[in-house]
Design a protein around this ligand. Structure first.
Ligand code: 6PG
Length: 256
């Protein structure tokens, strides 16, 4: 399995041969990080994303090979974002996680802190923020132990889209994102929360991501317009797991 590592400011980029290799690497990072966090904090608070790229990771976490390696009693699941649909809807990020692994692991129901996509977007966002405050403490800006993110072809991450006002939010932890069609509306964690994580793990695969990624990881001026380029954890670490195809335009970055 060919892996090349590029050191970056407070983080690194690992280029892996394909989605399977990337997913297995992500699963081992999940297991290791969960052990460290539970040892030191007696809990592992992780926020996960939707989309297609993390699905293989989720299958692996629910599989015989991995599900016994994590002390699920101390793991708490949150979401980086959710679609405003009922939890059993095909498009629901909760449903994706439930079908792929949450239904296969010994996780107490009280450890699932989902975004209620069936609610009105603003109410869902406020309820979610209350849930986060209950878990992390009223006054605290939440410090997730790990946040798993993806990148859209347009450079969006979670449900923070290029040019959207949601990128300017500095107070709320979670906000609604209105995308015209109510079925398409979302609720997302905000930049201050994402950038307060101890560890960010980006999973990016496929040729359609190569152009955006070269902008986000390069030093081009467009970097600031692409939300994934604004993920810079203040005190945390960021790891980019990228497959060969998505790394196709990282050219000079890889020549270091
Ligand atoms: C979502 C995600 C979103 C996703 C990107 C990449 O709810 O869709 O949270 O931010 O990570 O759109 O999606 P793919 O992995 O499908 O390319």
């Amino acid at each position: 399995m060919e892996t090349s590592v590029i050191k970056k400011l407070n983080g690194k980029i690992e280029v892996l041969s394909d989605l399977e290799a990337l997913s297995r690497r992500a699963a081992s990072i999940f297991v290791t990080t969960s052990k460290k966090s539970i040892e030191t904090k007696k809990r592992f608070a992780v926020a996960i994303s939707g989309g297609s790229t993390p699905r293989r990771l989720y299958w692996l976490l629910g599989s015989e090979a991995y599900r016994h390696q994590v002390d699920w009693q101390h793991v708490h699941f949150f979401w980086a974002d959710e679609r405003c649909v009922p939890k059993d809807d095909e498009a629901s990020n909760f449903r994706t996680a439930f079908d792929t692994f949450l239904s296969k692991i010994a996780l107490p129901d009280k450890n699932i802190h989902r975004i209620k996509g069936e609610e009105a977007p603003d109410k869902a966002a406020r309820d979610y923020e209350e849930e986060i405050r209950r878990f992390f403490g009223e006054s605290e800006r939440p410090g997730f132990d790990l946040i798993i993110l993806g990148v859209g072809e347009d450079g969006h991450t979670a449900s923070l889209f290029p040019g959207s006002k949601s990128l300017e939010e500095t107070v709320r932890f979670a906000i609604p994102v209105y995308l015209g069609d109510p079925q398409k509306n979302r609720v997302t964690l905000t930049l201050p929360v994402l950038n307060n994580a101890d560890q960010i793990l980006f999973l990016v695969a496929g040729p359609s991501k190569a152009s955006g990624l070269s902008e986000i990881l390069g030093d081009g001026e467009r970097k600031e317009d692409l939300p994934a380029g604004l993920i810079r954890p203040a005190h945390g670490k960021i790891t980019w797991l990228i497959d060969q195809e998505a790394a196709g335009k990282l050219g000079k970055l890889r020549s270091h």
